[in-house]
Design a binder for this molecule. Structure first.
Ligand code: SF4
Length: 367
């Protein structure tokens, strides 16, 4: 299949790996090069394909805050649980949020206890559910990055045009570029280059990342998700680090335009406006969240139910915050594989299949 098979070609990946060894093994391009990816699909592809183990020892891969479930603050989960206890409310969510622990419980526990919580595939399903349950309030848990935001915006537009008044969004929607800036400025999260999130790029393009790279002297590559894409991105980043080339190179042109997808961006801009957002492990970051604009305010669950969602503390012993900043590896967490497993996840990084801890559990053999 064109645009897929050539990026899964093992021989091309082998050649690229050999080039990386020839050019960069043991080289003092920066003693140790730390390359971070900020997309859960990249995380899965790296560990599933064993790319981390194929590289020279001086090239270190870090997984950043690229999984939307993993960066969702505990207080948001607590608010969703509180709402779910109201018999007149139906909570709709993507299934990966179900097992994320709040401070005391999870949505999946509350569902077992009788709360009306429905797992859905598309936010548009909420419109159908709201129409079928006119006596109840339907709340969608909006957890996601730029990739899922356009379809959530479309759902709100559809609800507005159809005069649906028993639907609302509890937004934990997040945008990536300013979160990356926070990591660049974090003295403990030492990062030499970024593999930029291809899905996010397909919506917003490379322009914002390029600006971020140039303003902060940080090499970046926009990459696809096959092993050829990722290894080529690592090779390019090593070259850019060595040459002090600070920009965002677009190596995912088959899906990403420099200025992104105009239609998707228009929907986002029509329905949402920028606000601050609470990120697990990174705290409250300016201009990294989205809230519903005045015109569509009736669909904002925070406004409708008069909620106040404060930034909250971590779960005891869980190092998700440090893992998400690339400061610690999951294997440095005392709970990893002992108390925290995919069947019994303590933190969100073990819940989602895009989570770093879940991927380490599945694919990484300890040294
Ligand atoms: Fe949190 Fe579990 Fe990962 Fe430890 S192993 S950081 S407890 S998710």
């Amino acid at each position: 299949m064109k645009y897929v098979d050539e990026f899964r070609d093992v021989d091309i990946t082998k050649k690229l790996i050999n080039k990386i060894y020839k050019k960069f093994e043991g080289r003092d391009i920066n003693k140790r090069v730390n390359i971070m990816e900020v997309c859960g699909t990249h995380t899965m592809s790296i560990y599933k394909n064993g790319i981390d183990k194929l590289l020279p020892k001086n090239i270190n891969l870090l997984s950043g805050p690229g999984c939307p479930v993993c960066v969702t603050d505990t207080s948001y989960v607590d608010s969703a649980i509180d709402l779910s206890k109201n018999k007149n409310i139906i909570i709709c969510t993507f299934s990966d949020m179900l097992r994320v622990l709040g401070s005391k419980s999870s949505l999946s526990n509350e569902k077992l206890n009788g709360s009306n919580i429905v797992s859905i595939y598309s936010p548009l399903d909420c419109i159908y559910i709201a129409n079928k349950n006119k006596e109840k309030e339907v709340i969608f848990l909006g957890v996601g990055f730029e990739t899922t935001i356009p379809i959530i915006g479309l759902t709100i537009k559809k609800a507005y045009e159809s005069n649906i008044n028993n639907f609302s969004l509890l937004s934990s929607l997040k945008t990536m570029p300013n979160a990356m800036k926070k990591l660049i400025l974090d003295p403990k999260a030492y990062i030499d280059g970024f593999i930029c999130p291809g899905h996010v790029g397909s919506v917003i393009g490379t322009d914002d990342f390029d600006k971020l790279a140039r303003e902060n002297n940080m090499p970046m590559v926009m990459a696809g998700f096959e092993h050829v894409d990722i290894v080529y991105a690592i090779y390019s980043l090593c070259e850019m680090i060595e040459n002090k080339e600070y920009k965002c190179k677009n190596q995912y042109k088959r899906a990403v335009r420099d200025n992104g997808n105009k239609l998707a961006k228009n929907v986002i801009n029509e329905v949402f406006e920028i606000t601050n957002s609470n990120w697990r492990g990174l705290g409250n970051i300016k201009d990294t969240g989205l809230k519903i604009k005045e015109k569509y305010k009736q669909f904002d669950a925070i406004y409708k139910f008069k909620l106040n969602i404060e930034e909250s503390n971590h779960i005891n012993g869980c190092l998700c915050g440090e893992v998400l900043r690339g400061v610690k590896k999951p294997t440095q967490c005392k709970l990893f594989k002992s108390k925290c497993t995919p069947l019994n996840p303590i933190g969100p990084c073990m819940v989602s299949q895009e989570g770093t801890c879940a991927n380490f559990y599945r694919y990484v053999l300890e040294d």
